[in-house]
Write a protein that binds this ligand. Structure first.
Ligand SMILES: NC(=O)c1ccc[n+]([C@@H]2O[C@H](COP(=O)([O-])OP(=O)(O)OC[C@H]3O[C@@H](n4cnc5c(N)ncnc54)[C@H](O)[C@@H]3O)[C@@H](O)[C@H]2O)c1
Ligand SMILES: [Zn+2]
Length: 363
């Protein structure tokens, strides 16, 4: 077991990474003796619920199984979780357990954040994306018909248990979507990690335990460091350290919106966005063309898309990017790179270069 700590004063918590963790009682020491309630989805329940119930000594009435899927990250289901907690008279010293991917983690975390003004919760992420990204950092929330993640709260978990054994049942596309976020960490904050990924990508793709553990550990470490600097993405008017985690995401969100959030997974859209951010950074002369090519090549080798959907036009991109959260006072800000491992947020770049990138990728 490898562990690390997210340092946030009284909101600090451990992340444990390893194989078979979720079935072992000793890994849940932080919530020992507390009353627990668990939320999961109907894909994860048949696979892992039994092990967790045994380890935590829970009964079936302590479990709520929701339907799987992004469209389930809704008010309706958050309300179901809250109703269920109230009906079972859970007190403020109760703890919610999120067992599943980012959808379950975000929604359960949100329910914990608002239940009686906030109770503890723990994360047992079962997708690679959740293990390297959504379970860490305290962003919780649900979708609204008018926008993804539009309702939410910052609420840190008390513990994150990333059991990499669970990744063996994950559909390949979901695995690759998580790899995209891992590549993102290398590109934004750590050129040595990026180099390591170039060397070990094939091991990651075959779920080699050592390679996975190392990649998840380093990803969490990089995210934890950034979150510790800027917990609520509030520094520099939202252009501070935490915004760097959105490398590739402004382009990616445009693709997700264009395709109606149904055809592309988030990580797939981010993968293409990373390529576009690298290309633009090179056009601006901020990183070498060779390094930009390394980024595109790594994404391609992972089997992730490097081009936006056929038919998407530069104008449509610009329009959809204009609706991104990172548009400050009408000015488009992007996360770009000053080299691999050196992401920066900037609204100060040549628009002609952006146009050239869009035309290049939309051809
Ligand atoms: N809070 C944050 O900081 C943050 C960061 C990134 C993403 N997110 C959110 O995370 C969500 C996406 O998370 P996700 O990619 O984990 O999606 P998900 O939770 O929908 O999981 C993907 C699919 O895999 C299934 N699944 C989960 N674990 C499995 C396993 N071990 N074996 C087999 N199937 C399994 C799920 O049932 C689901 O069908 C989005 O809603 C996104 O907004 C949040
Ligand atoms: Zn992302």
């Amino acid at each position: 077991v490898k562990s690390l700590h997210v340092e946030l004063a009284d909101r600090s918590y451990p992340i444990r990474i390893g194989t078979g963790l979720l079935a072992e009682t000793r890994h849940y020491a932080e919530v020992e003796g507390r009353r627990l309630k668990l939320v999961t989805d109907d894909n994860v329940a048949p696979l892992y619920l039994e092990h967790v119930l045994k380890a935590l000594n829970l009964k079936e009435e302590d479990v709520l199984i929701l339907p799987a899927g992004e469209d389930q990250k809704s008010w309706g289901n958050a309300e179901r979780v809250l109703d269920w907690m109230l009906a079972s008279r859970l007190n403020r010293d109760g703890v919610l357990v999120a067992l599943g991917g980012g959808v379950i983690g975000d929604m359960t975390g949100f329910a914990a954040a608002v239940y009686q003004r906030g109770i503890d919760f723990i994360q047992i992420p079962t997708t690679l994306l959740a293990q390297v990204d959504s379970s860490v950092g305290g962003k919780t929330g649900i979708n609204h018909p008018r926008g993804k993640n539009m309702i939410g709260a910052f609420h840190q978990p008390r513990l994150v248990l990333a059991d990499i054994t669970t990744l063996r049942t994950l559909p390949q596309r979901e695995l690759l979507a998580g790899i995209a976020e891992i590549i993102k960490y290398g590109m934004l904050a750590d050129s040595d990690f990026f180099k390591w990924l170039e060397q070990r990508l094939d091991d990651l793709l075959i779920l080699d335990t050592d390679a996975l553990t190392k990649a998840i550990y380093r990803s969490c470490e990089l995210k934890a460091r950034i979150v510790a600097q800027d917990e609520r993405e509030s520094l520099a008017g939202g252009a501070g350290p935490r915004a760097l985690l959105n490398l590739g995401h402004t382009f990616g969100h445009a693709i997700e919106t264009y395709t109606g959030y149904t055809q592309w997974l988030h990580g797939e859209a981010v993968a293409t966005g990373l390529c576009m951010a690298a290309d633009l950074s090179a056009r601006l002369g901020w990183m070498t063309a060779k390094d930009a090519e390394r980024c595109v090549k790594l994404v391609a080798r992972a089997g992730l898309p490097t081009k936006p959907p056929a038919g998407m036009k530069p104008d449509e991109f610009l329009e959809l990017m204009g609706h991104d959260k990172k548009v400050a006072a009408g000015k488009l800000r992007l996360v770009l790179m000053r080299g691999i491992g050196l992401a920066v947020v900037s609204g100060d770049f040549d628009r002609a270069a952006l146009q050239a990138t869009l035309e290049h990728f939309c051809s």
